[in-house]
Design a protein around this ligand. Structure first.
Ligand code: GLU
Length: 482
């Protein structure tokens, strides 16, 4: 293919929606597959929607997902700036060109007139549309209004009685009649461009070859096509991705579950699983393979295989993929994940050796589906227990238990260097035999003493990992506390 340049062009709302991740991912995969460039452009011309820190969040979420952009904020590729709010002069210059050519016009209508026009159209069951009232203003009147400082917008002059036809890679031929297209505002009364104008100008100037975006933008595309034609610019190829749906087939919404990538991240889902899952929302390779790593997705991805019907967001499938990916993670990746979870947790003050963390991972891997869950399910590897499970206390902590535990601690203290988890087994078995009690009478309260819990990996594994000293001090503490 020729020079492939694609872009992800979010409006910074404060978080990355999973639908946004899907759009970004398909753009990224398409670029990588075709030796193209993946560009990040920030569409921040809506002043009323400014959110502090939104761009940083967005870039972090993309990075976390493994979607590194080739050009964008702080990564100039010669087509910047990549923030639309820094390109206002450009938009105004091109808007003036359209006005000059009569493809756009000044509109001085008051909000009151526009509201009553809309109400009237509604009463008559007509589509809400501007009535081209200001198109008939004379040059002199326009000058006078401008000189008098009357607020204005600039509108697209949509031709009457024509058809706009374009090709979409996913939907093939798409056709709109101009009667259904509003004279879209291009420059707002605050001097900022609307999405439509800025988007078209930037896609042209940034030499975007393919516009890959959500289906919700399909109905805007005829306006864009008109703009390309008015400017005399080559039209990029379009690919509109299917909507994401809730299981009940309504549009994916916050009300029925998490929609932000950050939410899934916080819940401990791995980026590999989320990316794998999102890739399948509207695309498949033509077989029934579902487990993918990014490099395989890059190899297999094509826009021709994107469906045009809505894709259901099935959380069960995400959970399944998350477990699959987790179980297949290599040791060093698990270690890195666990370290970053620790850094973001209440346990971030202490340093743990890689050797220690690998032992923890080995003991817990079969019991969890994320490294974050290791912190939740076995906090005792990182801190002393501060409380003890009530049910286990009632069941396992008998009047004779404190004495038995103290004796056990004493015997552990006589052990030399611990070389194997079974080193702890010997004194426990001996004590049980001497007292003529079952080993369980020691094992359950021992587990409770060192972990505060009644479930987890084998008790000797826990002792071996936390070590002799901590084992003894925790037993002593439990004897006093319980
Ligand atoms: N700024 C638009 C958005 O927030 C971009 C749509 C497009 O890709 O053209 O999704």
């Amino acid at each position: 293919m020729e020079n492939i340049r694609v872009r992800f062009a979010p409006s910074p709302t404060g978080y990355l929606h999973v639908g946004g991740l899907r759009t970004a991912l398909y753009n990224y995969l398409f670029a990588k597959r075709n030796n193209g460039k993946f560009i990040l452009r920030i569409e921040d011309t809506d002043q009323s929607r400014y959110v502090e820190g939104a761009v940083e969040n967005l870039i972090n979420a993309l990075k976390w997902s493994g979607l590194e952009f080739d050009e964008g904020p702080d990564k100039d590729g010669g087509f910047g700036p990549y923030f639309q709010s820094q390109r206002l002069d450009i938009y105004n210059k091109y808007a003036a060109e359209l006005v000059e050519k009569k493809n756009a016009y000044y509109c001085f209508c008051t909000p009151e007139r526009l509201t009553s026009l809309r109400d009237e159209q509604k009463n008559q069951n007509l589509q809400a549309k501007y009535d081209k009232h200001c198109l008939s203003l004379s040059e002199a009147q326009i000058k006078e209004n401008l000189n008098a400082g009357i607020p204005y917008v600039i509108r697209l002059n949509v031709p009457i009685g024509e058809k706009v036809v374009f090709n979409d890679i996913i939907r093939n031929r798409v056709e709109f009649v101009t009667a259904t297209i509003d004279d879209q505002v291009l420059i707002k009364s605050d001097g900022f461009p609307t999405y439509h104008l800025a988007n078209v100008i930037d896609d042209h100037l940034m030499e975007i070859s393919h516009v890959i975006r959500g289906e919700e933008w399909l109905s805007s595309t005829p306006k864009h096509v008109l703009l390309y034609n008015f400017f005399g610019w080559e039209i990029p190829q379009f690919a509109h991705l299917p909507l994401l749906l809730n299981p009940d087939k309504t549009k994916l919404s916050k009300r029925q579950g998490d929609v932000a990538v950050e939410d899934y991240r916080a819940k401990g889902y791995s980026p590999e699983a989320l990316v794998n899952f999102v890739a399948l929302l509207g695309w498949n390779a033509g077989d029934d393979k579902e487990f993918y790593y990014m490099d395989e997705l890059i190899e297999k991805f094509s826009l021709d295989r994107v469906n045009n019907s809505g894709a259901v967001f099935d959380i069960q499938k995400l959970n399944w993929l998350n477990t699959e990916h987790f179980r297949k993670l290599p040791k060093d990746a698990l270690l890195n994940h666990l370290k970053s979870d620790i850094a973001n947790s209440e346990f971030n003050e202490k340093k743990y050796s890689d050797e220690y963390l690998l032992l923890v991972i080995d003991s817990m891997i079969e019991r969890v589906t994320s490294t974050k869950e290791i912190l939740e399910k076995s906090p005792y590897f990182f801190t002393e227990p501060i409380s003890y499970e009530e049910e286990s206390k009632t069941k396992n902590w008998k009047p004779e238990t404190p004495e038995l535990m103290s004796e056990l601690a004493k015997r552990f203290s006589l052990l030399g260097e611990i070389k194997d988890k079974h080193d702890f087994e010997q004194p426990l078995k001996e004590l049980a035999a001497e007292k003529e009690i079952g080993a369980g009478k020691l094992i359950h309260p021992l587990r409770l003493s060192v972990s505060g819990m009644s479930t987890g990996p084998g008790v000797y594994d826990i002792l071996y990992i936390i070590g002799k000293e901590k084992t003894i001090s925790r037993i002593e503490k439990a004897v006093k506390a319980i």
